[in-house]
Design a protein around this ligand. Sequence first.
Ligand code: SF4
Length: 381
Amino acid sequence: MPLTDKFGRAITDLRISITDRCNYKCVYCRTGNEGALYGDLPFDDYLRMARVLVGMGVMKIRLTGGEPLLRKGVVEFVRELAKLEPQGLKPRSTSDLGGAAQAAPFPDNVPTRSTNDAVGMGHPRGVDEGVRHSIPSDKDLGNLDIALTTNGHLLADVAQALNDAGLTRVTVSMDAVDPERFARITRVPNGFDQVLAGIRAAKKAGLGPVKVNCVLLRGFNEDQIIPFGMFAREEGVIVRFIEFMPLEEDRMWSQASVVTLDEIVARMAEYRPLIEIPRGQSETARRYRFDDGEGEIGIIAPVSHPFCGHCSRIRITSDGKIRTCLFSVWDHDLFAQMRRGATDEELAEYIRGVVERKEERHHIGEPDFVPASRTMVHIGG
Ligand code: SF4
């Protein structure tokens, strides 16, 4: 039976943090004093976890960190992941909004497929969530959708290799289009040009449309909203603004520091009118196109417009723990099950029990809100 929680939500998206080390010290994420806390596992361990979860219905895997490109061997890992063939629920495309997931037959093993399938057939890569092309995407053809979230600093040199290995999409975290402001937020000198080069290399490699995620923090970068709208149109990338969430190391979050969806839309409309685009059920971003059809932005608004009702995600941390929600106060030690010699079936049973206890929603801003047991850099977004 496909992996579903007690609220009837199908779990089809897996995020794997492959390291909690990071080469940036973004002010809304890290205090900059703490380094990596949890360490990494060998890629074969993540691969086994992914294989079991793909067999249970996972269709999308996103690699995160810390900064995932700090891990040597990430290209090879993507190549191995791309050999897995999804068996579970097949999310319905954006065009038939409101449709429930189609159940695919659920065999008891996961066949591998030859790597040249993906490359030889020359199917266009990177049909992004919600951006539909008439040509069927790899996703439509049942390939695993493999994405990566990176700060882009190391991307330019590996973009082509990642694409050739089977990566479908890339999201680059970037919180200012002004190099001076960028350096102030990341607390790393001369990063802006590196990241811009990484974005352009990803587009050139065929990992498009590239998404650029910007966390907005009142008093830091809300004046970057319109410049990012221009950037999306000039660079041909999808810029997504993210409401600041209480997941930072020095716990300085407040409701007042959140730049909300409504504010972002109002500010951007001062530049050009926006038209909202329909989106799939489990998509986290609200999507908008500019009135002249040139360029697209998205807004991920977990604070002002929560989307927990259709949450399809679970996460594996760099040290092999399952987190059923970004705001979990518990970790579930999947790696310990592997270390004690559990079979794949036993791992699947363990995962089913954990998902059964998935949180219904977050409680940000509510009196009973309890901070997550880990901060973002140690979860992986
Ligand atoms: S806060 Fe938790 S339940 Fe809500 S969308 Fe995020 S991960 Fe899912």
